[in-house]
Ligand binder design. Structure first.
Ligand code: 8YV
Length: 332
């Protein structure tokens, strides 16, 4: 009998077929976001789960399913996993780093440019039939080229955005991170490490790419927004919760910063009413990694991880991107 797994959201059919070669697979053909009780119930008897950011794997879920051996996220972010609780129970966690870096960086840059150059705001104006004449200051925004790009969270995606800014757009790059990068990594990006306060004060375009965790909850709130230039933009492609959305909506409404580009939200898919009410923000539904090729690569990597984590396939026991490899060492 094949081991049982759960694929918690709809995904490419050929990826499911590949999983079926090794496992007895329960799928979610309706692509519903299951409430926690239903997720726990569907996990009964499953040794592995293919998950996305929508499925929270916490102590309650784990304790209701002590047979679980691996949870494999189709996402680089893994704040939906309680990794420590998984490790304590011998459950391997994996994510999908690298494969989405460039697509996500492209999207972050596009959001920043759309916010700075007021692309969505002006498009809505045109579609509403309000364009009757050219004016010297119509939708005048801020320049991106030659401006100061501030990156909060200089991991893989932050570095890919910095590269676009420095090499493609002649931007000065400043960044803040838990720790300073090796100067050999900074040099080709022409990136300067600064304090968080200096980052906020100097950035013309602030890019939030820091992974979410309790330590960065509301890392950008009213006090931080108050340090920013009135001409600055803020782009968040990290996670909802890093930015205090209510405080950001106030700052945008009162034009204390010029504009924002947001792909992630606190409590998404709900979006704060204050953000929906202002025109100087570009809002997208968590699609920064959404290119056909990248979503395929993410799904393939999550499946590779699950197959290997459960001791199948050519890499049995050696999943490519484990988050808690100590679980594997304990298994040998
Ligand atoms: C995913 C993401 O699309 O990888 C991440 O961390 O935020 C996105 O690329 C989303 O989390 C669905 O799993």
């Amino acid at each position: 009998m094949k081991p049982k797994i759960l694929v918690a959201r709809a995904v490419f059919a050929d990826v499911i077929d590949r999983l079926r070669e090794h496992f007895d697979v329960e799928t979610n053909d309706a692509d519903a976001v299951w409430p926690k009780a239903e997720l726990m119930q569907r996990l009964r008897g499953k040794v592995g789960a293919f998950t996305t950011g929508s499925e929270r794997i916490d102590v309650e879920v784990l304790d209701a399913n002590p047979q679980l051996r691996a949870v494999c996220n189709m996402a680089v972010g893994y704040n939906n996993f309680d990794v420590d609780a998984c490790t304590a129970r011998g459950v391997l966690c994996t994510n999908t780093p690298e494969v989405l870096t460039e697509s996500t960086a492209d999207f972050g840059f596009a959001l920043m440019m759309a916010a700075a150059r007021r692309i969505c705001e002006s498009e809505h104006f045109l579609r509403a039939g309000r364009w009757t004449k050219w004016s010297y200051d119509m939708f005048a925004g801020g320049d991106v080229h030659g401006a100061t790009l501030g990156v909060l969270g200089m991991g893989r995606i932050g570095q890919a955005i910095a590269r676009r800014g420095a090499l493609g757009f002649g931007m000065r790059v400043i960044y803040h991170n838990r720790s300073r990068l090796d100067p050999a990594v900074e040099a080709p990006l022409r990136a300067q490490y600064v304090s968080k306060e200096e980052l906020l004060r100097r950035s013309d375009h602030l890019m939030i790419v820091v992974p979410y965790g309790p330590a960065v909850h509301h890392a950008i709130g009213a006090a931080e927004l108050a340090l920013m230039k009135p001409t600055a933009t803020l782009t968040n492609i990290a996670r909802g919760g890093v930015v205090d959305d209510a405080a950001l909506a106030d700052a945008l409404r009162e034009r204390r910063i010029a504009a924002a580009g947001l792909d992630v939200f606190e409590g998404e898919p709900k979006v704060h009413a204050g953000l929906l009410a202002v025109s100087n923000v570009v809002l997208t539904p968590h699609i920064a990694s959404a290119t056909e090729a990248t979503r395929r690569a993410m799904a393939d990597l999550a499946a590779d991880n699950l197959i290997a984590a459960l001791g199948c396939g050519p890499n049995a026991g050696r999943p490519p991107t484990p988050l808690n490899p100590e679980v594997l060492q304990r298994r040998t």
